[in-house]
Ligand binder design. Sequence first.
Ligand SMILES: Nc1nc2c(c(CN[C@H]3C=C[C@H](O)[C@@H]3O)cn2[C@@H]2O[C@H](COP(=O)(O)O)[C@@H](O)[C@H]2O)c(=O)[nH]1
Length: 306
Amino acid sequence: MEAVKATAAWVASRSSHVTLDSSGIENFAERIKDSIPKVEWNFEGTHYFDDGPLTVQYLLVLDALNFCFWPDDELNYDHLAVGLKEALQNDSSAFDASRLQKYTGPELRKMLKWPRPLPLEDERVRLLHEVGFELEKSFDGRAENLVKACDKSAVKLVELITSHFPGFRDHSVYKGHQIFLYKRAQIFVADLWGAFKGQGYGELKDIESVTMFADYIVPAVLQQLGVLRYSPSLSDIIDSNREITSGTEEEVELRACTIHAVEEIKDSIHRKTGNQVLSVELDLWLWAYGIACPSLQHHRTLSIYY
Ligand SMILES: Nc1nc2c(c(CN[C@H]3C=C[C@H](O)[C@@H]3O)cn2[C@@H]2O[C@H](COP(=O)(O)O)[C@@H](O)[C@H]2O)c(=O)[nH]1
């Protein structure tokens, strides 16, 4: 995750469409420094949890598909979390590696009880197959073996996931440099830690290394809070719901500046109080704040990464 932090900072130091507002960061840090609102991991009760290996399998499948809900304005993350939870409750072998490799688009749709094609449905199916295939090939079909192989290290787990599953390699190129964002790989690590409350499969000694998860909700929240500033042309694109192409400078700046802004907020809180705040905790609070605000305008990029 050092590469995520370093390359996000690199983008932030050269960005023009999105900039960090240093007084906005200080004010926000000052406001929350004494009581970071704690949000429970499963605050909406949408996730499957049985305290065992099936939960790990569920979380890997969930985060393989945790991207780009906005093209269908009635679809959101909760439909995915609940749909997969119910599928597993009805049939505990639904996420066996062999089954994952066979799902079709209409079957996935049916599993999520969604009446029409999902956004990027073919990509979702392909990623599901990839997870099943690689789990079978390298981990005896079980996501718990992937987690056991990381020696209780979040950094190692992200490395393992991104080296085994190409669909999790969330990179971009910005002004000729490779930028690492790793949203879904890191959110899987955070989900594991959150679900198991830092114990058992969720025991990760370096959870503080994880960055925020560069999605399309948190940038919008930070912009509204005065932490991020958008150029007039970018604001216009977002306010008029026009799409931003994946890999453009605007898109990379939105994501990388959000990661860097959260790092800066953490540094500021540390300077003020001596406390080390976790990105995971700050992220979950910012995300929960964002989804509770349906009028929030977010950027729209067709992407399999977030
Ligand atoms: N930064 C960040 N982004 C997150 C999440 C989560 C869900 N995490 C769960 C895990 C534990 C908690 O219980 C959370 O409920 C989803 N997303 C992203 O949001 C977008 C979906 O938005 P909408 O279309 O409105 O549902 C999409 O890019 C999705 O990938 C998060 O935690 N942090």
